[in-house]
Design a protein around this ligand. Structure first.
Ligand code: UD1
Length: 389
């Protein structure tokens, strides 16, 4: 570390797809702060390599203008324990050699908790962006990651007001909690116009068509054959009126093949097409490859309905005013329901069909939650500069 120039040395951690759109605006805001201030924040980006496919990782770096990581730990896929342990082993070495004063983690993936735990034990301050969200459902690995990361974080940045209450209930001190808004929405607002130049609608033959967009990858939804099938049965019914576009996550694709569920889909844009006996030409769940950020945003912005089990997409649909049906029993993002366009449908076939019909017929809403204004990263840097010594 160059003691004379840098007063805060920060390791920015990113590992999985939903992290990339969160770190991008933070890196940019720190860069812009450094350009006009003499007290600097030195930042190094560490990619854990939890996600590694072109479409799950590299494309996002390219499209969002994220600089090449300083280090890629290349941990790849494994069981939760193996993946978390491997990230910890490799990240500890970086912490020991780089001696940062702070690390910054975002979201709730395995990389988030693994790196926080390492830093905390080395007495490096942990900054958690998107702190305090709670589904109160410990069967979700992300909920465990969230609770544990917050417990050992020193600076907590929150996206919505419920988060502060959750953190205080868990004994965190109010003075370490900063309500700054939503960095994921910073990225969305920045790229909204550019996404309109994407030709993804033409490529899929959707120009001018009415369609719904689906994402589905939670272990609780796709790892259990009965639940996965039940959801697909609901989607087939919804698809009769409104075709459903499904950029399929690698985990879900693996399960489709393992359980022999290929017949539920029409496979488009796949290099290898599945030869499925008994495929119904009228199936309107159209599976496509995972999309990059801009193509996905274009698909999202033009859809009439979103069905999802993702966390971030509940927030993006809220800001875009697109009706969202969440295929889960709970959400850690309650503001998307109270102030947004989101409803919870769980995984019951009839509930999903009913929720979709009701969402499609309800008037378009456009209520943006407080501080989801594209300036969350600037507010984060405003706080961070107070910690520069
Ligand atoms: C992870 C996050 C989840 C997030 C999701 C977004 C955790 C606990 N979960 O889940 O919160 O919503 O990312 O995508 O951190 N795979 C590939 N290529 C890749 C990455 C994964 O083929 O680049 C496959 C592998 O078979 C892997 C499986 O997907 O075993 C699951 O990947 P993993 O990182 O374990 O969790 P996700 O389900 O992606």
């Amino acid at each position: 570390m160059n003691e004379g120039v840098f007063f805060m040395k920060l390791l920015n951690v990113a590992g999985a797809r939903p992290n990339f759109m969160k770190v991008a605006p933070i890196i940019e805001a720190i860069e812009s702060y450094n350009n006009s201030n003499s007290k600097k924040i030195e930042q190094l980006l560490i990619h854990t390599g939890q996600h590694y496919d072109q479409n799950m990782s590299r494309l996002f770096f390219h499209e969002l203008g994220i600089p090449e990581p300083y280090v890629n730990l290349e941990v790849g896929s494994a069981s939760h324990a193996e993946q978390t342990a491997e990230i910890m082993k490799r990240f500890e070495k970086i912490c020991v050699s780089e001696r940062p004063t702070h690390i910054l983690v975002v979201g709730d993936v395995n990389s988030t908790i693994a790196c926080s735990l390492v830093a905390s034990k080395l007495r490096i301050s942990v900054i958690h962006v998107e702190a305090g969200l709670r589904s109160f459902d410990r069967s979700m690995p992300e909920e465990i990651n969230r609770v544990l990361t917050d417990a050992i974080s020193d600076i907590l940045f929150t996206t919505e007001e419920s988060a502060k209450e959750n953190l205080c209930n868990e004994g965190k001190s109010e003075k370490n909690i900063y309500f700054v808004g939503n960095v994921m929405i910073d990225t969305l607002l920045k790229h909204k116009e550019k996404a309109k130049t994407s030709n993804v609608l033409n490529r899929i033959g959707l120009q001018g068509s009415r369609y719904a967009l689906l994402t589905l990858h939670r272990p609780s939804n796709v790892d259990d054959k009965k639940i996965f099938t039940q959801i697909l049965e609901a989607l087939l019914l919804i698809g009769k009126d409104t075709p459903i576009i499904f950029p399929i996550h690698p985990r879900s694709l693996m399960k489709v093949i393992e359980y022999g569920l290929e017949k539920y889909f029409n496979w488009m844009l796949y290099e290898r097409s599945f030869s499925v006996s008994g495929i119904n030409e009228n199936n309107r769940i159209i599976a496509i490859q995972p999309q990059g950020y801009l193509d996905f945003l274009q698909l999202l912005s033009n859809s009439v309905l979103v069905l999802t089990d993702s966390g971030g997409i509940q927030e993006e649909t809220t800001v875009l005013g697109i009706p969202c049906v969440t295929l889960r029993e709970n959400t850690e993002r309650p503001i998307t329901i109270t102030k947004g366009t989101n409803v919870l449908a769980g995984t019951d076939r009839d509930n999903i069909v009913r929720a979709a019909a009701s969402q499609l017929s309800s008037p378009k809403m456009n209520l943006v939650p407080p501080l989801w204004d594209g300036k969350a990263s600037e507010r984060i840097v405003d706080v961070l500069k107070c910690f520069i010594k």
